[in-house]
Design a protein around this ligand. Structure first.
Ligand code: ADP
Ligand code: ADP
Length: 222
């Protein structure tokens, strides 16, 4: 199962992907996590992309295409993957399509997580992430068991610097200008489904499972 998650920053793509990963047993390929990990490691790639992430600009297409195509060719992706944050521009989508043709592979499903502007803003302002395992929380909506600590590894949670309001403005503007055109691109191809990202995560997850044709477990009434 090869899935693309589309949607604005803060719509909940990563949160939904983390749940689908467990259901489908395929990896989540989160372009932002991959870039942030390169920055933390201080690699050449990390040094090249840091300025873009800091300012909320998109990394140049040729860089991110190379990173993501080589990632999805790795052995753990043989049964599928969930692309979270890639593609984000028309040239990226076209480059992905060209690579998939070469690989004799295809995308099975595009899920578009749509959310209202005020929902997005409140989600990004309350987002907290684990710098060790990338688990994502929200101070009000999805809080960790112990405030400020990751449930999985106990690491101190952080706010992403690019979730600061002035950088968020740039990112949302880039989304509208560069990423939104992808909705038409994929809607025309079929296998495209819109999910209501304003809902709570368990409801969105159920919607996604229905789209996937998964069996939704009945409510346990015992
Ligand atoms: P969010 O889901 O909140 O938008 P991400 O973690 O996906 O954030 O991305 C963070 C940053 O990483 C982006 O603002 C951009 O600088 C860079 N980035 C991630 N994916 C891409 C991509 N496909 N193309 C260009 N830049 C990207
Ligand atoms: P994206 O990957 O699209 O940028 P995230 O998955 O990081 O978005 O979610 C953004 C913030 O909103 C996080 O703080 C996350 O915990 C929270 N969140 C995600 N989905 C929901 C939801 N359905 N309802 C409430 N809060 C959510």
């Amino acid at each position: 199962m090869r899935i693309i998650l589309l949607g604005p920053p803060g719509a909940g793509k990563g949160t939904l992907a983390a749940r689908l990963v467990e259901h489908l047993s395929v990896p989540q390929l989160a372009s932002g996590d991959i870039l942030r990990s390169q920055i933390r490691q201080g690699s050449d790639l990390g040094r090249t992309v840091q300025q873009y992430l800091d300012s909320g600009a998109l990394v140049p297409d040729e860089i991110i295409v190379k990173v993501m195509i080589s990632r999805l060719c790795q052995p753990d992706c043989s049964a599928g993957y969930i692309l979270d944050g890639f593609p984000r521009t028309l040239p990226q989508a076209q480059a992905l399509d060209a690579s998939l043709v070469e690989l004799e592979s295809q995308i099975d499903l595009v899920l578009y997580l749509d959310a209202d502007a005020e929902v997005i803003i409140s989600r990004l302002s309350g987002r907290r992430v684990c710098p060790v395992c990338n688990a994502t929380y929200h101070v009000d909506n999805i809080p960790p068991a112990v405030p400020g600590k990751c449930d999985r590894d106990g690491a101190e949670l952080i706010s992403r610097p690019d979730d600061a309001p002035d950088v968020v403005r740039t990112r949302l503007e880039n989304y509208r200008r560069l990423t939104q055109p992808l909705l038409d691109y994929y809607a025309g191809v079929g296998r495209f489904h819109r999910l209501d990202g304003n809902k709570d995560i368990s409801e969105i997850y159920q919607q996604a499972l229905q789209v996937l044709g998964g069996v939704v477990s009945p409510v346990d009434e015992s």
